[in-house]
Design a binder for this molecule. Structure first.
Ligand code: AMP
Length: 540
């Protein structure tokens, strides 16, 4: 027997409709690319999303079509999120820090029909235009006068596009499992892979994000996502804040400590979300000012591990509470958030800290376990580490255009992370299954860098490992076997690599060895290299 309840599909449009109806004058404040501050409201965002929906239909965008954004966090980007997904098309957010070749690959793989770009990205998109023939129009996120010189030929302007079109749009109702947005992974083992988020997954993730044990979003909060809208939908904030009635402050491109401090201070931001590197920048400025930005009560640290020192600097020095969190592109992204169970609240700080540095406990909707290499489940004792597997309604089942499931035979997604789980449910990432290098919040593919390095005539073999760095946490060390007698300098190698990989990937140091340690199958043993360079200092 079926229950007798409405079967209203969980569509993304419902999120902004709710906000426009019940939190109409709640603000969305954007620091635009030109540095000006723009104030909008959920009511206005909704109205402009309807205009944009009509404009997209006029441009011939059909359900299922991909529409790309190459843009910072902003009100217009938010309008794109709702208009594109709302008409049944797919909002494909592109990481604007990618190298041209990667961006070209991703746009072609996704078969994007339109590309909306921020004005400071005009030259980048103009360079890739000749290589992305399927893109019909490039649209500058500005008015006509703001289209920068050097934009792609025939670029349109966003404000012109939505001017003079009706501000009412009759949103279609369709299957909640339809794709709504898309984000590519960093492609650490080969090409980047597309993750397609459904309407249902996005709405459920937004609802779960509001829980007190997740982000605890309340109407009195003012949230600033430093995490970009091109990185897993800014951890879902553009969807969760509207239903929590929370104002959003969008930082645009200025993410240095001083700019963030001033924006937070001026707008009385209560909560920020970002990766450790941006928080270190903010902390330096807070130390300089001798205070936290006015109103800042808590920060969520995710994307890379939050160290004890970051937690202490925020909490002890400035009275700002830190919550550690973990997730991934394939998980929409939130998987665990660290909140202390009541029994830990009164512990002395030195006993709390080992718990606080853990990534956190699973939120409702995310099931997890750890297994050994044979797939057998391991105990939750806080000591035994294993491959972390996850399951749930906002977790990937298959990559875009893949011919096989992304899941194990019994339906789990293998995160590629190695973790422990303790009896209280706290998860700690102990390692990565792959040898990825995390520099700030960005990933550096060791394989990608090695492949580029061996293109140098003087480099016979190359291996890349991460070594500690005070600001970026980790930076790449390039370990090489030379082809002949010549050993090019670090700056020569960097110059050679600069045309092939993103700037961020360029190694900070180079070491020459006579041979690389090899494993039984002929693969370089990274663990051996890491042990050899365990005490490596980038300052020597
Ligand atoms: P991405 O898909 O780019 O968001 O990266 C997801 C990966 O980042 C995870 O699989 C982890 O390896 C890593 N990660 C995310 N959050 C944390 C965290 N709090 N601590 C350590 N690693 C993290």
């Amino acid at each position: 027997m079926h229950g007798m309840m409405m079967t209203t599909p969980l569509l993304i449009t419902s999120l902004i409709q709710f906000a426009a109806k019940f939190h109409n004058d709640t603000e969305v404040v954007t620091c635009r690319v030109d540095g000006t501050l723009h104030r909008s409201t959920y009511g206005q965002i909704y109205e402009r999303s309807q205009r944009l929906a009509n404009a997209l239909i006029e441009l011939g965008v059909k359900p299922g079509d991909r529409v790309a954004t190459v843009a910072w966090n902003s009100d217009r980007h938010l309008e794109l999120y709702y208009a594109v997904s709302g008409i049944g098309a797919i909002c494909h957010t592109v990481n604007l820090r990618l190298a041209d070749a990667e961006m070209v690959y991703i746009l072609n793989h996704a078969e994007d029909r339109l590309v909306f770009f921020d004005t400071d990205m005009a030259e980048t998109v103009a360079r890739i235009q000749p290589h992305t023939p399927a893109v019909e129009s490039f649209i500058s996120l500005s008015d006509a006068a703001g289209i920068p010189a050097g934009s792609p030929a025939g670029a349109l302007d966003y404000e012109g596009l939505i001017a003079g079109v009706p501000d009412q749009y009759d949103w279609p109702v369709f299957d909640e499992n339809a794709a709504a947005s898309m984000c590519y992974t960093s492609g650490t083992t080969g090409n980047p892979k597309g993750v397609l988020y459904s309407h249902r997954a996005t709405v459920l993730h937004a609802m779960a994000s509001c829980f007190a044990s997740t982000l605890d979003l309340r109407t009195h909060d003012i949230v600033l996502p430093v995490v970009p809208m091109f990185h897993v939908n800014a951890w879902g904030i553009p969807y969760s804040s509207p239903i929590a009635g929370v104002p959003i402050v969008m930082p645009g491109p200025k993410l240095d400590g001083k700019s963030l401090f001033e924006l937070m201070d001026q707008e009385h931001v209560t909560m920020g979300l970002g990766v450790p590197t941006v928080w270190m920048g903010l902390l330096d400025h807070m130390d300089k000012m001798g205070r936290a930005p006015k109103g800042l009560a808590r920060v969520i640290v995710g994307g890379a591990a939050a160290s004890e020192s970051i937690i202490n600097r925020f909490e002890l020095k400035h009275g700002v509470t830190v919550h550690h969190a973990w997730g991934m592109t394939e998980m929409s992204p939130v998987g665990v958030v660290n909140t202390l169970k009541p029994k830990f609240l009164d512990l002395p700080r030195d006993q709390q800290m080992p718990i606080k540095v853990k990534q956190g406990r699973a939120i409702y909707g995310v099931d997890m376990c750890i297994v050994d290499d044979d797939g057998d489940e391991l105990p939750h004792d806080g000591i035994t580490s294993g491959r972390l597997l996850v399951k749930g309604p906002w977790i990937i089942s298959e990559y875009y255009k893949a011919d096989e499931s992304a899941l194990t035979s019994d339906g789990w997604f293998d995160t590629g992370d190695i973790a422990t789980l303790d009896a209280d449910g706290y998860m700690l990432i102990t390692d990565r299954a792959k040898d990825i290098i995390k520099s700030g919040g960005e990933w550096i593919s060791s394989v990608g860098l090695e492949n580029a390095a061996v293109g140098h005539p003087a480099i016979k073999q190359a291996a890349v490992i991460g070594v500690p760095h005070p600001k970026w946490l980790e930076r790449p060390l390039l370990v090489c076997v030379s082809e002949g007698d010549s050993r090019p300098s670090l700056s020569e190698v960097r110059e050679f690599l600069a045309e092939k990989v993103p700037k961020l990937w360029l190694p900070d140091a180079i070491e020459w060895v006579s041979s690389l340690p090899l494993g039984a199958t002929g693969k370089v043993l990274k663990a051996g290299l890491r042990a050899r360079f365990a005490d490596y200092s980038l300052n020597k």
